[in-house]
Design a protein around this ligand. Structure first.
Ligand code: 6GU
Length: 240
């Protein structure tokens, strides 16, 4: 997969080259390009924003500079364009799974009050464009959202995680939150590992884990339980 990010703060994306993502790049599983939007300005001040038509606070990013930048970064290869914005559709695990199947993702990070809408409208005429939000809170710009989304996507690519079963058993992949996990020692600060996990009874362990996942989901994310299709719950599940 090829990932490009256009931003006025390229340094913000440095963590993409660390740890799991850095190894995916070194292993050739992901190619990453980070581009400074100001490289496509022509004025001495390298201005990327201007005041909004209709008035109001804040600044809007100018369409011409974004157009030149995206034309250059996109080239002719097919790609999906992603514009992070708190006004976007929610980014979810399902979005990450869908994007993990793409050849190429290009992220356009806006700052200030956003990017002139005509940029999205123009590119949407020739390629898939997603305006997405990572949650119901407001960030200063799209850069941190890109870190979140790229990490969620790249860990799903074949060969990136040491153990592919971890991606299959994630919270959300079965629509439930994951339950608690334990390791040695058996007793710590007076708290013991649940006996069932040391019983060797695999059916009992699976049942216990499922019950804890259901219990936690009911307590923390009742919306997820309500959204489960009927066939996702068995008869023993229905107590929760
Ligand atoms: Cl994608 N961008 C910004 N600026 N704020 C956000 C967001 C994105 N998602 C949630 N808040």
């Amino acid at each position: 997969m090829r990932i490009d990010v256009v931003t006025i703060f390229p340094g913000y994306l440095a963590p993409l080259r660390e740890a799991l993502l850095g190894r995916a790049i070194e292993a050739g599983l992901v190619e990453l390009g980070v581009h400074d939007l100001r490289d496509w300005t022509h004025d001495v001040h390298q201005a990327v924003d201007d005041s909004p038509y209709g008035g109001g606070p804040g600044m809007v990013m100018r369409p011409q500079v974004w157009g030149e930048a995206l034309d250059a970064v996109l080239g002719d290869a097919p790609a999906r364009l992603v514009v992070p914005t708190p006004a976007g559709r929610p980014f979810t695990q399902a979005t990450a799974q869908a994007w993990a199947g793409e050849e190429r993702l290009v992220f356009a990070c806006g700052r200030y009050e956003g990017i002139d809408q005509r940029v999205v409208d123009a590119y949407a005429q020739r390629m898939p464009v997603d305006e997405v939000s990572i949650g119901d809170y407001v960030l200063v710009g799209g850069e941190v959202a890109v870190l979140v989304m790229v990490e969620a996507v790249v860990r799903l690519l074949p060969g990136v995680l040491g153990n592919p079963v971890s991606a299959q058993e994630d919270s959300f992949s079965d629509g439930l939150l994951e339950g608690p996990a334990y390791t040695r020692p058996v007793s710590w600060r007076g708290l013991d590992v649940p006996d069932v996990l040391r019983s060797g009874n695999h059916a009992a362990i699976a049942r216990w884990r499922r019950d804890r996942a259901l219990e936690r989901t009911a307590a923390r994310r009742p919306d997820l339980l309500d959204a489960l299709p009927d066939h996702a719950l068995d008869r023993t599940d229905r107590a929760f």
